[in-house]
Design a protein around this ligand. Structure first.
Ligand SMILES: CC(C)(COP(=O)(O)OP(=O)(O)OC[C@H]1O[C@@H](n2cnc3c(N)ncnc32)[C@H](O)[C@@H]1OP(=O)(O)O)[C@@H](O)C(=O)NCCC(=O)NCCS
Length: 147
């Protein structure tokens, strides 16, 4: 991801209701300024940016990383872009001392397709924290070993 991509990345985050846009610059600017080599932002860009992913190492672990955010243009869901982003992140992590990639999502029924997405990519449903996000909304944690 380059600094020029930031407005479009903001659009993708907003249209998918990922998190408040005010959080984007504090999260992304250190990466764009080259101040952190640990956190990674990647975009899917073929004739324009249509997907973005953000991942980082988990503090106090040896080689455990977390896919903190991934989203694709709403008009282009289901066309393989999310898969390409996940596979690229995994390939890059295999060059690191990285062992495990985690992804976390909601347990609500409306996130069923998101959970299917991770299962399809070989992630195991590893843990569930009841009512983590809100009363009645669990967090589901998926795990993949990066062989
Ligand atoms: C989840 C997401 C990143 C997947 O990327 P994608 O490019 O749509 O997915 P792909 O085309 O690579 O893979 C398709 C598979 O993903 C799953 N999927 C999840 N959400 C989907 C959606 N909204 N539309 C289509 N497929 C979706 C399905 O299992 C689908 O397989 P199927 O076609 O056999 O049903 C994307 O749909 C998205 O941005 N969703 C909204 C944001 C989100 O939920 N992010 C994850 C937060 S934890």
């Amino acid at each position: 991801m380059r600094r020029d991509d930031l407005p479009r990345v903001g659009d993708l985050i907003a249209m998918n209701q990922m998190f408040p846009l005010s959080m984007l610059e504090p999260m992304a600017l250190p990466y764009l300024a080259g101040e952190t080599h640990a956190h990674r932002w990647i975009v899917f860009d073929v004739n324009g940016v249509d997907g973005v992913a953000y991942y980082a190492p988990e503090p106090m672990t040896e080689g455990t990383w977390n896919m903190l955010m991934i989203c694709v243009d709403l008009c282009r869901h289901g066309r393989g872009i999310g898969t390409r982003l996940m596979c690229h992140a995994e390939e890059e992590l295999q060059k690191e001392p990285a062992r495990i990639l985690l992804v976390e999502t909601s347990g609500l029924p409306e996130f069923g397709r998101t959970r299917e997405f991770y299962a399809m990519l070989g992630y195991d449903r590893e843990a569930q924290i009841r009512e983590y996000y809100a009363a009645g909304e669990d967090k589901v944690i998926f795990r993949k070993a990066l062989a």
